[in-house]
Write a protein that binds this ligand. Structure first.
Ligand code: DLZ
Length: 207
């Protein structure tokens, strides 16, 4: 019997023509690193090229909706401008030449490679990890970010993949980042990469 949880079996989508943004928070960095790497792994498995995966980081999850909105707007400007707005948008090639994705977000402002597509993003993955503490902070941030990301995707007309883990314990986060020895440990970043490709391809068809 097929598993109850998870996105179910989908057909394979060809992401080779797609341009995908990833914006991640830096809170809970070890989990974030694994989730970002999981997303990149499935984007590349679907054919999205390094040059067309653009990564940005922000301090915490609360900043994700604004960052997604500005990243998408920058990609539209870059697309419509002959000289390009590429200074803002670095590709995964720039960001992944070392072992740590997050360390290399310092290169956020480097120029995009000549080979990178200058089309607006086909999808953006927003990644953050919220771990519940002793106050109401968690609830407020989770609620604001969820609504903010939904609003951005509908307002901007670009798929925004909801890569926000809202967990009660660090151990739950480790299981969802594929870092735990628990039987159900699974890197949700991989699902987010696949969701971005499927939505990016379908959106072109729905345009
Ligand atoms: C303040 C805060 C707290 C308490 N917890 C988290 C968290 O678990 N995950 C996360 O991504 N960010 C957290 N933040 C930071 C906020 O998201 C935000 O960066 C700051 O409040 C500044 O706006």
């Amino acid at each position: 019997m097929a598993p109850l949880k998870g996105p179910g079996k989908a057909k394979t989508y060809d992401g080779s023509g797609l341009r995908v943004g990833i914006v991640h928070a830096r809170w809970n960095t070890p989990l974030i690193d694994a989730l970002v790497e999981g997303s990149i792994k499935s984007l590349k498995a679907a054919g999205v090229t390094d040059e067309n995966i653009v990564i940005q980081s922000v301090p915490g999850s609360y900043e994700l909706p604004f960052a997604v909105q500005r990243m998408y707007a920058a990609s539209q400007i870059q697309s419509s401008s002959a000289s390009g707005g590429g200074a803002l948008l670095a590709s995964a090639t720039d960001l992944l030449s070392s072992t740590s994705v997050t360390d290399l977000t310092k290169t956020d402002t480097s120029a995009a490679k000549d080979t990178a597509s200058t089309a607006p993003f086909d999808a953006i993955i927003a990644i953050g990890v919220l771990i519940k503490g002793e106050t109401m902070h968690f609830e407020y941030i989770a609620d604001a970010v969820s609504h903010g990301l939904m609003r951005v995707q509908l307002d901007a007309n670009v798929p925004v993949v909801f890569g926000l883990l809202t967990v009660l314990t660090e151990e739950q986060g480790r299981a969802r980042a594929g870092l735990s020895s628990a039987e159900n440990s699974h890197n949700h970043g991989e699902d987010w990469g696949s969701a971005a490709v499927e939505l990016g391809v379908k959106r072109r068809g729905w345009a």
